[in-house]
Ligand binder design. Structure first.
Ligand code: GRG
Length: 300
């Protein structure tokens, strides 16, 4: 295993590579509608961990993938993730004015353009992923499967479905079962699609893709619980308040339901499960091992 320092250096380089790649897939600004391309670039290039394209690429490397179809999918998944954040920040949803230390897209471009920039990123994600058919025509079957996974995991049986339940169930107490469903769909589904697409395009078998889906599910849920923990820890640090709830949205989280210690224990159990399953797969990718651990146990 690499030292923490080596891992950080590698991660910085990988993020830079992803950002350079994203630049190549941005829409060209032209026409009377160029304001929307500007808003799309503003949100897409606002920083962030670039976790989903990174997980896709690392899973693909685990299977020794060689298909040129990967890149358009890496760009597409970050566009879908970005659209979800742009829409989540809108006044009708979380009404956030800042994200990643910058003003949110609707604050800069207006609510109307915020809605349209999110729509445009979602559509452009699929326009971009379809480019894989041109880049690597002999992989058409794999590309078709990858598109199916991307559409389903981002849609009503995945991320959008999770957001719908989240919105509907905010403001009153919910059971752990409902909370688990929200986390599975809202957060884990897109992470599942990232890793599954990496596996599919890397040439994994059906069974291996299913195992990857399970790994990503555990990682995604643990990632969200860690997010809950960080939310409470950071707001109580800032405000000097006791740790008890996500007051902003009156939302049930793992922390409000189980307490910080139990939430942290669940993160640990899920991450052990994910790594155990990862080690049952034939390939090896030490960086992916470390990345999963770092994500789950991150402190920001
Ligand atoms: C509006 C359809 C629609 C969906 C919104 C993703 C989402 C669903 C809402 C965003 C808010 C949230 C807490 C989502 C849970 C997943 C999560 C922790 C997203 C943030 O992902 P990071 O940490 O973000 O990878 P960066 O900024 O690093 O890209």
């Amino acid at each position: 295993m690499n030292s923490k320092n080596e891992f950080n250096i590698q991660s910085t380089r990988k993020v830079e590579e992803i950002e350079a790649m994203l630049q190549n897939y941005l829409p060209k600004q032209k026409g009377y509608q160029s304001i929307i391309m500007e808003a799309m670039s503003y949100s897409l290039l606002a920083g962030g961990k670039r976790l989903r394209p990174m997980l896709m690429k690392e899973t693909y490397d685990l299977f020794d993938g060689t298909s040129k179809a990967l890149e358009p999918f890496m760009a597409a998944i970050e566009m879908i993730h970005t659209y979800s954040l742009v829409h989540d920040d809108l006044p009708a949803m979380d009404n956030d004015e800042y994200r990643r230390g910058r003003r949110t897209t609707h604050v800069v471009y207006g609510e109307d353009m915020g809605i349209l920039a999110g729509d445009a990123l979602l559509n452009y994600a699929f326009e971009t992923a379809f480019k894989a058919f041109v880049t690597e025509p002999e992989d058409s079957l794999l590309i078709g499967r990858a598109l199916g996974v991307l559409g389903e995991k981002a849609g009503i049986y995945g991320m959008i479905g999770g957001q719908v339940i989240d919105v509907k169930e905010t403001g009153h107490a919910i059971s752990k079962e409902v909370l688990d469903t929200i986390y599975e769909l809202k957060t884990a589904a897109l992470i599942e699609s990232a890793m599954m697409i990496g596996a599919i395009l890397g040439g994994a078998s059906e069974e291996e893709v299913k195992a990857v889906e399970q790994i990503a599910r555990n990682v995604g849920i643990a990632f969200q619980i860690q997010d809950d923990i960080l939310d409470v820890v950071s707001s109580s640090e800032v405000l000097g308040k006791p740790v008890h709830s996500d007051e902003k949205n009156d939302k049930t989280t793992y922390v409000t339901l189980l307490g910080i210690e139990e939430a942290a224990k669940t993160v640990e159990e899920l991450s052990q499960k994910a790594v155990g399953l990862l080690h049952q797969l034939p390939g090896e990718n030490a960086y992916l091992d470390q990345l999963l651990m770092q994500l789950i146990h991150r402190d920001k």
